[in-house]
Design a binder for this molecule. Sequence first.
Ligand code: ZN
Length: 348
Amino acid sequence: MSFFFPWQLKLAEIYLKNKNKIYANIIYGSNGVGKFEFAFSYAASLLCESDHDSIACGICVSCKLIAKNNHPDLKLIYPEYMNKFEISIEGKIFRYIDIIENNHLSKEIRIQQIRDLLPWLNITAHRGRKKIIIIHSANCLNEISSNALLKILEEPPLGVVFLIVTNILHKLSPTIISRCQLIHLPIPAKNVSLNWLSNATKLDSLNIEKYLAFTGGAPLKSFFLIKSSNDICPMWIMELLCNIYENKNFKLYSFLDVNFDKMSLFEWIDFFQKLYFDLMLTKFNDDVRYFIEIKNTILKISNKIDISSIMNMIIYLNNKNLLINNNNNINARLLVNVLLQKIISQIK
Ligand SMILES: [Zn+2]
């Protein structure tokens, strides 16, 4: 029995062949490809007490402890503002880490979380095998906690394996990266995602393709979007785009009062990036990639913006994206307000 998603199985088998040689790994890839489930199943496979296969057997004592989230030799670290969730898909339990809605908890992995590992690192494994640490969203390590982790990696206790998970590889310190094996989880092939999503959601392929287009091919991101019964493009976004297009008496401030909290800052920036990418494509007479559902509105907006404004905005958004990745103390509402005003001012 395997916990891995179908698009991860072969990759897992390849890396697990060297499971006894490598103690530090970085697992990285885009949002929504299943990085946490991969790390969790990888940990399960390293801890599995059956010797028949490289993939976790699912039936030994260790695998059962993993299933109950109760394995004494597995530690999990992530920023406070996130939590671990479980979901059953086709009778299998999958796990993922997500942001807890509407919270003001720390977005960093703090030094204390790394320090708390120390006593555990120095005791022998309860089950007599390896000990595994999964550090999820490792891009949230601050400078101090990152240095503390580096110290541990420099003199790793025997039998401890690190699975460091991130969607932003360049945010990890180069010294940490240099000490780890890099495991890249790519966006799966479209037909693999389509197959999996049609079994998991019972939606027809044509609709699934629209979701996959919107999420840049990320199967889990598509899955959650479909499951939340949200339209690919929610009504309030439609309203926003129509208002931007019409550009008449748009009460931006009151609009944000009602709608700002519906997306995180990362999602807002992501939304703007997708919008401008599609606007650029239409300028080159190409098909829209993300907002397929509202192609006509995108075309109308595109006709009112010149190409240099679009390119400038794409560069501007990339810079803002880097800024928010490197700074947790940004006034998100102000930034979104400025971005929207910039867009409105570009429409002629
Ligand atoms: Zn097992």
